[in-house]
Design a protein around this ligand. Sequence first.
Ligand code: HEC
Length: 156
Amino acid sequence: MKFSKLIYSCAGLMVGFAMTMGLAVQSEAANFNIAKARVGDGIPKSLTGKAGDAKKGRKTAIHRKKGNCLACHTMPAPEQADHGNIGPDLKGVGGRYNIAELRLRLVSAKVLNPDTIMPSFYQSSGFHRVQKKWKGKTIISAQDVEDILAYLVTLK
Ligand code: HEC
């Protein structure tokens, strides 16, 4: 695929994605400080103080109006058609990273790669030109993040 074409399809996807994600925005997390929570290449502490539920996490991750990870990633979820391939296949991701590393990537992929198109799922500040109603909000809740992480670590 030509580079310019790739950029256009990415942009289209991002717009569609932002539209669906808007529905799921949460109002917590105003005080969560990524820089403080970060240790090395990860965020070691659970955002909720507890371990997540892998079964719920799988549902949220593959849900088109929640995690919508399938927009960009292929996942072991044969019941859903049309997996994306903009990001790496998530099969085996639990073997490549530990839970702290996965948490940082899900909370804010931008911390590691400022140019990434992966949404920062639990970042509520540092964005530009945010609509008033989304100010201080995250895409998914702390509980959703922990549930998705509990699922991702099973993908060995
Ligand atoms: C809009 C596209 C997009 C969406 C949606 C998206 N990602 Fe990503 N993701 C990427 C890209 C691109 C990368 C490659 C890393 C980079 O860009 O820095 C990535 C990297 C990752 C990685 C690191 C994988 C590796 O092997 O290095 C994990 C884990 C991950 N994503 C999980 C998720 C989960 C879980 C969701 C859903 C809650 C999700 N992503 C939604 C685009 C996306």
